[in-house]
Design a binder for this molecule. Structure first.
Ligand SMILES: [Fe+2]
Ligand SMILES: [Fe+2]
Length: 138
């Protein structure tokens, strides 16, 4: 299915997130302090701004449209991803692996359920704002 133009910035960021997830899963326990620092930097520069567009624009609008289950699961995933990144940065290879798994599942969930619901339920003004925010983040 073709993604709404205004969600394509976020979708292309999902592609990068999948590559990050894959690289975390491929490490198989190899994890250094330097890897932890690099991961935190990617969280700050790539994932946090992306989460914020979702949390500030998409999720309130989805909640208002009645899709509370999607909102809830998205927020739980984001909380898990933030917490496991902090734990991985403190040196835990298990947390890095768990982050890779959850990030992969989270992107699949958003692409298959959250974004189609946004396309179906959100007002054009909300999608316009998402398009503006997502493209100005690059
Ligand atoms: Fe998300
Ligand atoms: Fe996302």
């Amino acid at each position: 299915m073709k993604r709404d133009m205004r969600l394509r910035g976020l979708s292309s960021e999902h592609h990068h997130a999948l590559l990050l997830a894959r690289s975390l899963l491929d490490r198989r326990g190899e994890w250094t302090p330097r890897d932890g620092a690099a991961l935190l930097e990617r969280m700050r520069v790539e994932l946090e701004p992306h989460f914020r567009v979702e949390e500030e624009l998409l999720l309130p609008a989805l909640g208002a449209a009645g899709a509370m289950d999607l909102v809830q699961r998205t927020l739980e995933d984001h909380a898990f991803l933030r917490a496991s990144a902090e734990e991985a940065a403190r040196g835990s290879p298990q947390a890095a692996y768990a982050l890779g798994e959850r990030l992969h599942a989270h992107v699949r969930f958003e692409e298959s359920e959250v974004f189609p619901a946004c396309e179906a339920l959100l007002a054009p003004e909300v999608l316009d704002e998402v398009g503006r925010r997502a493209s100005s983040a690059h």
